[in-house]
Design a binder for this molecule. Structure first.
Ligand code: DGY
Length: 325
């Protein structure tokens, strides 16, 4: 019996390939980055499954793949996928929650520390030969220990950041669609409105998914509500923040600064004005980039895909409405 054909749009780790071998007939884009669109659309012609990363799965993608049964996203956020369009065609969509939670929270907390204590700026200062003397105001930053962190979206990653914050003696506020009584009890977190969170927090840390409700959630009004000494951390999705307003906030000192792992457009163009600001720490979307996390994502994405193609309900099905036994 022939195995179902699968296209893997970028090179994934051996941990994922080991799951695919013997279960599907797969082809993978072996070069750097993601398969260019023209090649991708051709490869999809006979694919029953696809593993995608930062690839737009829209009507054009789905039209090119008439046999598609499953789109397995390598990542927890799936704003790159038009889920209703996939569901309309009966295509399963899966993602990789859990395996990347702690690594992503580590990175989020690193951004809190790096932004507060000006680590990137200090590194450049030293290497460029500016460290000629000592003075009492040299690279003075803001305190993390004992400060207040406001978590926007207390999901798995938000909670993992909150656990780290607890270890730093921080007061934890959170907002979101639903209260989380268990997290409130274990973390001592307080549920507040977004406005109260913005007004009270020393660090505002974004952990919500990108969707119609959260696109542009943090704009001029919200940035102006934050303390002048506060720092905005974004490890969610760039488009949750109005980047132009953030540039004004950081350059005109409405807020102390920002730590960003994500941007409206990625890879971020080098002429993005935020990249010129010393009080903005920037990273190339590496939240989940640890060995264990990326191996786990590869294995999880492959397992979801194989399960769906073998008629078993995938562990991380995003659109359960398509699943009929
Ligand atoms: C995710 O899992 O959503 C991360 O941002 C990696 O893309």
């Amino acid at each position: 019996m022939s195995l179902p054909k699968v296209y893997v749009c970028f090179s994934i780790q051996e941990a994922g390939l080991a799951v695919l071998r013997g279960n599907v007939d797969f082809e993978m884009w072996e070069s750097d980055g993601t398969a260019p669109k023209d090649i991708l659309l051709k490869k999809l012609a006979d694919a029953e499954g696809a593993i995608v990363g930062h690839v737009k799965v829209d009507e054009e993608f789905l039209d090119a793949a008439p046999n598609l049964k499953v789109v397995s996203n390598f990542g927890v956020g799936y704003d790159n996928i038009d889920v209703p369009a996939a569901s309309k065609r009966g295509v399963c969509v899966t993602n990789t929650p859990g395996v990347l939670t702690e690594a992503t929270a580590d990175l989020g907390f690193s951004l809190i520390l790096a932004s507060a204590r000006r680590l990137m700026e200090a590194n450049v200062f030293l290497r460029s030969g500016e460290w000629n003397t000592w003075n009492a105001e040299l690279m003075v930053g803001v305190d993390v220990y004992g400060a207040t962190v406001g978590i926007v979206g207390l999901g798995q990653i938000g909670q993992a950041v909150a656990r780290r914050a607890k270890g730093f003696g921080m007061k934890i506020l959170y907002c979101g669609d639903n209260r989380k009584p268990e997290a409130e009890a274990s973390l001592g977190a307080k549920y507040v409105s977004l406005d109260e969170l913005l007004r009270e927090s020393d660090f505002v840390s974004l952990h919500c998914p990108l969707n119609d409700k959260t696109r542009g959630l943090i704009g001029e009004r919200e940035l102006k509500m934050m303390k002048k000494t506060a720092i905005l951390i974004n490890i969610a999705r760039g488009a949750v923040v109005d980047q132009k307003a953030l540039f004004r906030a950081c350059s005109e000192k409405w807020i102390y600064g920002a730590g960003l792992d994500v941007f409206e457009c990625e890879p971020v163009p080098l002429d993005e004005p935020l990249l010129n600001l010393k009080n903005v720490t920037t990273l190339p979307h590496i939240g989940s980039a640890s060995r264990a996390s990326r191996d786990g994502m590869a294995s999880c994405a492959a397992s979801n895909l194989v399960a769906a193609l073998q008629g078993k309900r995938p562990a991380n099905l995003v659109n359960p409405e398509v699943w009929r036994v």
